[in-house]
Design a protein around this ligand. Sequence first.
Ligand code: KIV
Length: 272
Amino acid sequence: MSGYLVDDARKVTTHRLIEMKQQGKKIAMLTAYDYTMAQIVDQAGMDIILVGDSASNVMAGNFTTLPISVEQMIYHAKSVVRGVKRSLVVCDMPFGSYQVGRTEGVTNAIRIMKESHADALKLEGGVEILDTVRAILDAGIPVMGHLGLMPQSINKFGTYAVRAKEQAEADKLLSDAHALEEAGCFAIVLEKIPAELCQRVCQELTIPVIGIGAGPADGQVLVAHDMLGMNKDFSPKFLRRYADLFTIMTDAIGQYINDVKTEDFPNENERY
Ligand code: KIV
């Protein structure tokens, strides 16, 4: 295993993640939607790879996460699983696949697990979806919760602004987090909420809390294409860019175009 700061080459399990929280070890999580990227992220030593429904934006160019289907999520998750040896692979249940009711939710959850071979599923929501979360857990499927800014509810929220700044929403988030833990979720993502509230959830819950735009937590998650600088037009305050791949890739591609047009490529050594 060639990963950074990886002290254990075994496959990451939900149980190990809970141990990591107990031992005060931070959890790193990043998205991937395809085989090649999954190999890179896994071999770098990532603890969790999220096959996020952000694939709808990042891979398909949709404005929101809503249009992506169960079939498309299975396609992405299957491709990711083929590239992963160590990371825990979590797949998002897409909008519409679990909100109607528990029977449909469990049926879709089982289908995604059977066809993608992912290790776990992530669902957005609190008490409203608790029956479905319980039924999915009862079917033997590990569930990661997702509270705070829930992109599948963007049409209800009307904005991607920070959530739970008001006391009533903060109280609901706290009780939703407890309800998800009591139901048996192995971890929770908290997206774009005040750092103080995230800290409180981390302290009160025994399961790991993974933050995005929520300040320090038991772990952090980012969208790979954002942190690698593959798009120029998304730069929220919480995002740290670790590379400018957009520039690196356009420069390389521009160089190739130039070499083709000037007949520099292929040269003597690049032919049979
Ligand atoms: O779909 C996604 O990428 C996510 C992360 C932003 C947590 O849910």
